[in-house]
Design a protein around this ligand. Structure first.
Ligand SMILES: [Zn+2]
Length: 295
């Protein structure tokens, strides 16, 4: 067992970090989150350090948008995306090294942005190859685990998990799906249910399973956690947005204050979640409030 696996097996609260994309933009970086690693490394470092000051036990590399297929859809060349991946891993490691306490490093893996057949034109072999390439590059850095997140198709989650295991067999993999509904114990927009996702993650050798982002409030994510806890014994992870997304014009807003976010997250903790953080709209203040209320 690695030190990280021992730590999460305790199922004591383990504090992750919160949203990055909007935070980087607010700190003066680019709206294209991955490009900040190349063009605004100071902004990425500042975000990591603010999460550490808020009490995060782990840093997530700023590599969510750097899946090769996704990055090229966003207009990045393959070479730029790979350099941004390397820089993203370095920046998180640099921030962690300066913390003065043990900080775990999670290598963030986001989806391809494509949909698999029959819903879209995504090719499973190409997705596997892109994820394998990304993981092989990231595995050269001192990661404690990979974090597969914001995936709503269990089939893509499985191929990403297999790619991560092939690239770095010794690295634990955390699997987090994005939920759209609390119906039938929680389901993604593809209709993949929380219980099925949790049982599958255990079968595939994930080190933890959970949910992040999407349409559910933190209190609603407690329903997903309950389903997952009934379906597997893995440590459970949850990183909700700062409330349900609210659309105004073409802008999305997340309204939960740090205090209200932390209050709702208590339901997730009571349902069995131990790896606790945030996604869109959450900030270092949300993580600090969470830590104060739950620790
Ligand atoms: Zn999100």
């Amino acid at each position: 067992m690695t030190q990280f696996l021992d730590r999460i097996a305790e199922e004591k609260p383990f504090f992750l970090d919160g949203g990055m994309g909007s935070l980087l933009a607010a700190y003066g970086g680019s709206m294209k989150s991955g490009e900040n690693n190349l063009h605004h490394p100071d902004v990425v470092l500042a975000a990591h350090r603010d999460y550490l000051a808020a009490g995060s036990d782990a840093l997530t590399t700023n590599t969510f948008a750097l899946n090769g297929i996704y990055a090229q859809q966003q207009g990045m060349t393959a070479a730029a995306a790979e350099e941004a991946l390397r820089r993203g891993c370095q920046l998180a490691a640099e921030a962690a090294a300066g913390a003065g306490r043990r900080i775990y490093l999670l290598g963030d893996l986001g989806p391809s942005g494509q949909m698999l057949a029959p819903y879209g034109e995504g090719d499973a072999d190409a997705m596997f190859a892109a994820c394998l390439r990304q993981c092989s590059i990231m595995a050269a850095y001192p990661l404690d685990a990979f974090l597969i997140e914001t995936v709503f198709d269990l089939r893509e989650a499985e191929l990403m998990l297999r790619a991560a295991k092939q690239a770095a067999p010794a690295l634990p993999v955390l699997l987090s799906l994005t939920f759209a509904s609390v119906k039938r114990g929680g389901a993604t927009i593809m209709g993949d249910r929380a219980a099925k996702a949790a049982a599958s993650a255990a079968e595939w050798g994930a080190a933890a399973v959970g949910g992040n982002c999407g349409d559910l409030s933190p209190a609603e994510y407690a329903v997903v956690m309950t389903s997952m806890r009934e379906a597997c014994r893995l440590p459970l992870l949850v990183q909700p947005n700062a409330g349900k997304p609210r659309l105004e014009g073409d802008q999305v807003y997340y309204d939960l204050s740090p205090q209200d976010f932390a209050i709702q997250m208590q339901d997730c903790r009571a349902a069995g979640a131990s790896l606790l953080g945030g996604c869109c709209g959450t900030t270092p203040a949300h993580i600090q409030a969470l830590r104060e209320r739950i620790a």
